[in-house]
Design a protein around this ligand. Structure first.
Ligand code: RIB
Length: 307
């Protein structure tokens, strides 16, 4: 299996469950509180590790209690933390409100801002011992600008989950192998107002648009594939996109075809929303096998859409 490097954010997530969001100036009583390891980078690393991938995490924490907690948790998840950067600022935090399975998230990046070019230069040699590189957009864009051209030149596989959505310039997009925005993000990332299918057709075998309950769409050069999601009763969708990416890159590392990678991502993402928290529901390999043999079935056949 190929080795995966995730270059991304790591946060401590503070969740509150509440029946409805308070309006400005209003105070509401919540139903429950819990915390957990989070950050899109750490979530994707954990999702891949649980599914059997060999994963190293490249990111930054603060020299504080939260930093110790997130490092310990990442280690328990069998993610390689050898290259982590410890800084004098606070570990990233995210405040997450869950209302009827939907979430609202505010992130204070803190140490994640130090996953920058000077840190990367220090560990570049070790980083290049990996095969598949996974990014999100919760670390400075300058890090992607610096690293992606180097990785591209080295012939590495580059996956970018562009969340939260920011514009990525065309020269960088050209060097990315797989881009996985959701149905809202792709418009910002590619600065386009065009119809989804038109945009997909411009990025064959590169652009995978995740559409939540509706599944994932991509163009293989001849036709648009729509790989449906699995119908489940979600309790919390936090981390579902991260689980999709973690599973997608695990299947890539295992040499699967693109459609198999997307389908595996959908299976993992469907299971992830059955528990509260970004990582609680992320499945292990055995769970995927068990659930899909015995309990879940896709809500439709794969269908091919021709232009
Ligand atoms: O994608 C979910 C993640 O977004 C949370 O874990 C939170 O930390 C934010 O980064």
């Amino acid at each position: 299996m190929k080795k995966i490097a995730v270059i991304g954010s790591i946060n401590i997530d503070f969740f509150v469950e509440v029946d409805s969001s308070p309006k400005p100036g209003e105070t509401k009583l919540g139903n429950s509180f819990f915390r957990g390891l989070g950050g899109k980078g750490a979530n994707q690393a954990v999702a891949a590790s649980r599914l059997g991938a060999e994963v190293s995490f490249f990111g930054s924490v603060g020299n504080d209690e939260n930093g110790k907690y997130v490092i310990d948790t990442l280690r328990q998840e069998k993610v390689n933390t050898m290259f982590l950067n410890t800084t004098d600022t606070n570990t990233g935090v995210a405040f997450i409100e869950i209302t009827h399975a939907e979430n609202r998230i505010v992130v204070v990046s803190g140490a994640n801002n130090y996953t920058n070019v000077s840190y990367i230069k220090n560990i570049l040699r070790e980083m290049l011992e990996h095969d598949i590189f996974v990014f999100q957009l919760e670390v400075p864009m300058e890090t992607l600008e610096y690293l992606i051209p180097i990785l591209h030149k080295e012939g590495k596989v580059i996956v970018v989950n562009p969340a939260p959505a920011l514009y990525i310039r065309k020269e960088l997009i050209d060097k990315i192998n797989y881009l996985t925005p959701n149905e809202h993000e792709y418009r910002v990332v590619l600065k386009t107002a065009a119809e989804m299918d038109k945009v997909l057709s411009e990025f064959p075998n590169k652009l995978m648009i995740t559409c939540g309950k509706k599944g994932v769409k991509f163009f293989d050069g001849k036709k648009i594939f729509h790989v449906p999601a699995y119908a489940v009763e979600a309790v919390d969708t936090t981390g579902a996109g991260d689980t999709f990416c973690g599973a997608f890159v695990t299947a890539l590392a295992d040499g699967k075809t693109l459609i198999e990678c997307v389908s595996f991502g959908n299976k993992a993402a469907a299971l992830s929303v059955l528990k509260k928290g970004a990582q609680k529901g992320m499945p292990y390999q055995e769970e995927i096998e068990h659930f899909y043999e015995k309990e879940l079935s896709p809500d439709g056949e794969w269908h091919i859409q021709t232009n």
